[in-house]
Design a protein around this ligand. Structure first.
Ligand code: SAM
Length: 292
């Protein structure tokens, strides 16, 4: 296990379950965002995301779910993601231990070839859970979105003394549309499962306050901690893969170098042909190229 720390932000390199058990105190975390490997065969650097069965995967997940519940404050909130096929295991397990407030669908646009003999998967599920359904943070005003009623449709509310437009904002429902992170987006990092900053922005604003501590036990590109830091929260991040730890050291701790290697954003090269669009996109350097 390795630990890096700077100004209220901690990064652990190692196994999530071991680090949760040995390093994180009971009732110490305000908000947890968990985006684990999904057991769908992705390769995360040297780690292969494949268990022997769905049950074996769920049993592994229960160990860190229990640890997350232990470290969560009584007023704390946990958001939990996994694949559509594994989510029923998580849901049934967690509903006996926490209150599930919302079952969120992160819905996104398609890319590449879609299924032809069944309905292709266009969303990922997210459980929104709290320890105490009578005492938890939910900053509704921080995450309001445009309502499709009200002034847009010129509906007038005559119930008060002065007629006015209906409210034009509302708390979002449980279907969230955020584009997936694409190569050409500024936030892009080299990782097969990077989550969009916009998704984490909504979660962190809604379910924590400034100065609170946000934990992400499977940090990947450290989206959670990067967004939380920008929102003046403290962070604790865990990631097993050295390749991704370097992203965290740069993105969260602000390091420019690690073990003699420069830490820099992915170098992207795009060529536009005849002004009609992207002809070729390719990475010309390594994420942490010593030459960059
Ligand atoms: C789905 S990705 C997380 C992506 C992240 N939310 C983001 O926005 O970039 C899961 C991450 O868990 C890491 N991981 C896999 N097994 C782990 C373990 N036992 N302990 C800690 N991290 C692990 C993988 O290397 C991978 O980066």
């Amino acid at each position: 296990m390795k630990k890096y720390e700077n100004d209220g932000h901690i990064i652990y390199q190692g196994d999530a379950v071991e680090i949760l058990r040995s390093e994180i105190n009971d009732d110490s975390i305000d908000l947890i965002f968990v985006d684990p490997p999904y057991n769908i065969g992705k390769r995360f650097s040297k780690f292969e995301d494949r268990w022997l069965s769905g049950v074996a995967y769920a049993e592994w997940a229960y160990t860190w779910i229990d640890e997350c519940i232990r470290v969560l404050k009584q007023t704390g909130t946990m958001y939990l993601m996994t694949s559509t096929q594994a989510m029923p295991y998580f849901d049934l397990y967690i509903r006996n231990k926490l209150t599930v407030l919302s079952r969120i669908v992160w819905s996104y646009d398609s890319s590449g070839v879609q299924a032809k003999k069944y309905y292709g998967s266009m969303y990922e599920p997210i459980l929104h859970c709290v320890k105490d359904s009578k005492s938890y943070i939910f900053n509704a005003d921080e995450i309001l979105v445009e309502a499709k009623t009200g002034s847009k449709r010129n509906l007038i509310d005559y119930r008060g003394e002065v007629p006015k437009h209906y409210n034009t904002t509302k708390v979002p429902g449980n279907v969230w549309n955020f584009p997936r992170v694409r190569y050409r987006m500024d936030e892009y990092e080299e990782h097969p499962s990077q989550k969009p900053q916009a998704l984490l922005d909504r979660i962190i604003r809604a379910s924590s306050n400034e100065g609170n501590t946000v934990l992400d036990p499977f940090s990947g590109t450290f989206t959670t901690a990067a967004v939380a830091k920008g929102l003046n929260r403290k962070t604790v991040s865990i990631e097993s893969q050295e390749e991704y730890i370097k992203i965290g050291l740069r993105r969260v701790l602000g390091l420019k170098e690690h073990q003699g290697q420069k830490l820099s954003k992915p170098m992207k090269n795009t060529k536009v042909k005849n002004g009609r669009g992207v002809k070729r996109e390719k990475i010309t350097g390594y994420l942490f190229s010593v030459n960059s």
